[in-house]
Design a protein around this ligand. Structure first.
Ligand code: ADP
Length: 246
């Protein structure tokens, strides 16, 4: 355990140049990751009846614990992502990336939730016109995944999500539109700040850390890209990302 932790500290310190406080947070998050996943697995087994039948009351109770555990898993994941990225620009390893391919690989992980919520998700690709962009693939994956995750998380059952990819001469645009709960007018200016969570989302969805969009903005801007959104409460949101084509 100790050895693992010191490795993490050594690698990441060199990469991100983080503060000792951030090292400590990342180290703690790293240690929490495994037990939280094990708790999730055990609770899931209990729910699935692997240890015998459970009553409706027990099922409801376990589901609530699972939900709270999911919140912790989310927070731990986001803290680790934040540590990797740091508040300041860190060395990015840029390679030519096919963004269509990257989005398709993110969507694979969303499939279960999309199916469960009967969401109609469409991905409109530009086909031949698609251009490769110089990106740090893994970091951009984190950014786009956070935005797509939100669209799935904050869209009600039977809702719609549309992802469009549009490549121009100088930039590639990605738009993620949802028919979800939207963002209240008085909260719009805080959306990209650290730990911010909308009052309307706290009411409907417990899982989340308020770090996802802060991390996404950081990564996108480090690629000289932009992120912005339009939203109407109870109608939906559209997050757009533009990335320069080299
Ligand atoms: P989290 O989702 O963990 O709360 P994020 O940083 O990803 O944190 O998002 C910050 C806040 O922005 C959310 O809590 C929510 O209020 C709002 N938000 C982000 N995406 C959406 C969306 N697609 N629909 C509605 N609200 C959103």
């Amino acid at each position: 355990m100790i050895q693992k932790s010191s490795n993490l500290k050594k690698n990441k310190q060199g990469e991100a140049g983080q503060s000792p406080q951030m090292d400590f947070i990342a180290l703690t998050a790293h240690q929490l990751k495994k037990p939280l996943s094990e708790i999730k697995l055990s609770l899931q087994m209990l729910l699935d009846g692997d240890f015998g039948e459970i009553t409706k009351e027990q099922k409801n109770f376990i589901e609530r614990i699972l939900e709270r555990n999911e919140t912790l898993i989310c927070l731990v994941g986001d803290l680790l992502d934040m540590y990797q990225i740091g508040d300041k620009k860190t060395p990015y390893r840029l390679i030519p990336v096919d963004v269509e391919d990257l989005i398709a690989s993110i969507l694979i992980f969303e499939q279960d939730e999309v199916k469960k919520k009967k969401i109609n998700l469409r991905f409109e690709k530009p086909g031949q016109k698609n251009k490769k962009v110089m990106l740090d693939r893994e970091k951009m994956r984190i950014a786009l995944q956070n935005i797509i995750d939100n669209a799935v998380k904050y869209t009600k059952e039977g809702g719609n999500i549309k992802i469009t990819l549009d490549s121009g001469q100088k930039e590639l645009k990605i738009k993620i539109e949802d028919s979800g709960i939207g963002i209240p007018e008085d909260q719009k200016e805080k959306i990209f700040t650290k730990f911010f969570r909308g009052a309307n989302v706290i009411r409907v969805n417990a899982a989340g850390s308020g770090l996802g969009l802060f991390i996404a903005k950081n990564i996108i801007e480090a690629h000289r890209g932009k992120i912005w959104f339009e939203s109407n409460e109870n109608q939906g949101s559209a997050f757009s990302v533009s990335l320069p084509i080299e």
